[in-house]
Design a protein around this ligand. Structure first.
Ligand SMILES: [Zn+2]
Ligand SMILES: [Zn+2]
Length: 230
């Protein structure tokens, strides 16, 4: 079990962990801290159900239900936890200091190498609808969508998308709702990965590539072909 899997399981059902998750927690200090934070906030999480669900979130959950068989059966349960984790993100809002958005995006990608080798929800229409719900109108295609996943992120839940541009560049796009960046953009380089985060839609988005050149090109492509509302 990796950190992403652990966090997903912890968020889906904070009170019941599998043996694998318990084993991961005892080996991984970062996930122990994450679990402690979730546990401490149980009462606040309960209160969070009273927080109005942001516009677009319910639509996103319905969208996933409608798509039916293309999704795994566990996603029904995850959909419920999305509401919870989203509300959790809102409660944490006030505590948010300056965040290293681009670096966090790179760390997310580094923890999920399978996103580059597996095809998942590779559906251009679903991608268009997810972007629309997040607040981005596609003016033209970004290329071929290869992988889409709703992932746990520090702020709650975000979409993790891998696509291939018409020039054959492999790029990751991460959509994080509920957080406003103060800066116009933020850039980071970690372990050969390059990321650029920008405010957009319901929060911010980050583009991640494996070379500085392709980062500039893919960033320009996204800015050209997606019009962000809000
Ligand atoms: Zn871990
Ligand atoms: Zn992910």
């Amino acid at each position: 079990m990796n950190c992403i899997e652990f966090r997903r399981e912890k968020l889906a059902d904070p009170r019941r962990l599998s043996a694998e998750a318990v084993a991961h927690q005892s080996d991984c200090a970062a996930c122990r801290g994450f679990a402690a934070e979730i546990n401490e906030n149980e009462a606040r999480l309960a209160a969070a159900f009273a927080v109005p669900v942001p516009e677009g979130l319910a639509e996103r959950i319905v969208l996933r239900r409608k798509a039916g068989t293309r999704f795994s059966p566990r996603l029904g349960m995850l959909a419920a936890s999305v509401v919870l984790t989203f509300a959790f993100g809102i409660l944490q809002w006030k505590d948010a200091g300056s965040q290293d958005y681009a670096r966090l995006a790179i760390e997310h990608v580094m923890h999920e190498p399978e996103s580059f080798t597996s095809a998942r929800l590779a559906d251009p229409e679903l991608f268009r609808r997810v972007m629309h719900t997040f607040g981005g109108e596609m003016q033209a295609s970004l290329g071929k969508v290869r992988f889409m996943k709703l992932c746990p992120v520090p702020e709650g839940t975000g979409w993790h998308i891998v696509f291939e541009t018409e020039q054959g560049q492999l790029a990751t796009l991460i959509l994080i709702p509920g957080k406003r960046m103060q800066a116009q953009s933020e850039q980071a380089t970690v372990g050969g990965w390059n990321a650029l985060a920008r405010p957009g839609g319901q929060g911010y988005y980050a583009v991640i590539t494996d070379s500085p050149d392709s980062l500039g090109q893919v960033d320009a492509l996204v800015r050209q072909r997606v019009r962000w509302r809000g």
